[in-house]
Write a protein that binds this ligand. Structure first.
Ligand SMILES: N[C@@H](CCC(=O)N[C@@H](CS)C(=O)NCC(=O)O)C(=O)O
Length: 192
C-alpha cells in the first residue's frame, strides 16, 4: 500500500495522483491543509511540501518529478516512459523545463503585468509542439504529458484561459481527458 500526502489544489501533487491512477495502484490519501500543516510533515519532507509518498516500510519520498520516476521504475506497467533512450531524454527535458509553463501560470495567478502574454507564448509553444504529434513526448502518452497537464487544466478551469486559439493543444487535452486518470484530475480541479 502506498500513502500519498496530498493537497487537492496542488498541481505537483496532481502529478503523483495521475501516475498512481494510471498504474492502478492502491493508495491511502492523507489530505494536508497547507495553510495549517502538521509539524510531522517536515519529518517526511524537510521542505514541508506536498506531494510526499510512502510505501509500506519505506522512506518518505518527496519532489513530484522524483516520485513520478520512482513509480515508473517500481511499477513499470503500464509504461509511462518511451522505450528509446533519446525519446526518454526528450520527455525528461520537457519536465526539466516545466517552469516555461508554470512560471507564467503563477505570474498570471498573481496578476502580474504581462503574464497573460507570457502564458499565451508558453501555450503557443506547446501547441506548435503538438501540431505533428499526439503527445508531448511523441506518439505515446508519457510522464511529460502528466507533468504539464495539471497547469493546463488549472489555466483553463481556474484562470479562465481560453484554449480555442491553440487547436493542437486543445486536441491533446481532449485526448488526455478521455483517460480516466486525467478525467479524475479534471474533476478534482472542478471541485476546488
Ligand atoms: N518542487 C516540488 C514543489 C511542491 C510544491 O510546491 N507544493 C506546494 C503545493 S502546490 C506546497 O506544498 N506548498 C507549501 C509551501 O511551499 O510551503 C515538487 O515538485 O513536488
Amino acid at each position: 500500500m502506498i500513502t500519498l500526502y496530498n493537497a487537492a489544489r496542488c498541481p505537483y501533487a496532481a502529478r503523483a495522483r495521475i501516475v498512481l491512477a494510471e498504474k492502478g495502484l492502491e493508495v491511502e490519501t492523507v489530505e494536508i491543509d497547507l495553510s495549517d500543516r502538521p509539524a510531522w510533515l517536515y519529518e517526511k519532507n524537510p521542505a514541508g511540501r506536498v506531494p510526499v509518498i510512502e510505501e509500506d516500510g519505506g522512506d518518505p519520498l518527496s519532489e513530484s518529478t522524483v516520485i513520478m520516476e520512482f513509480l515508473e521504475e517500481r511499477y513499470p506497467e503500464p509504461a509511462l516512459m518511451p522505450a528509446d533512450p533519446a525519446d526518454r531524454a526528450a520527455v525528461r527535458l520537457l519536465i526539466f523545463r516545466d517552469k516555461d509553463l508554470t512560471d507564467p501560470y503563477y505570474a498570471l495567478r498573481r496578476g502580474e503585468n504581462g503574464a497573460a502574454e507570457q502564458l499565451d507564448a508558453a501555450l503557443a509553444k506547446l501547441d506548435v509542439r503538438l501540431y505533428d504529434r499526439d503527445y508531448l513526448g511523441g506518439a505515446e502518452y508519457s510522464l511529460a504529458d502528466i507533468a504539464l497537464v495539471p497547469w493546463v487544466l488549472r489555466a483553463r478551469d481556474m484562470l479562465g484561459v481560453e484554449l480555442s486559439g491553440y487547436p493542437s493543444l486543445g486536441a491533446w487535452l481532449a485526448r488526455l481527458e478521455a483517460r480516466p486518470a486525467i478525467a479524475a484530475e479534471a474533476g478534482v480541479v472542478a471541485a476546488l
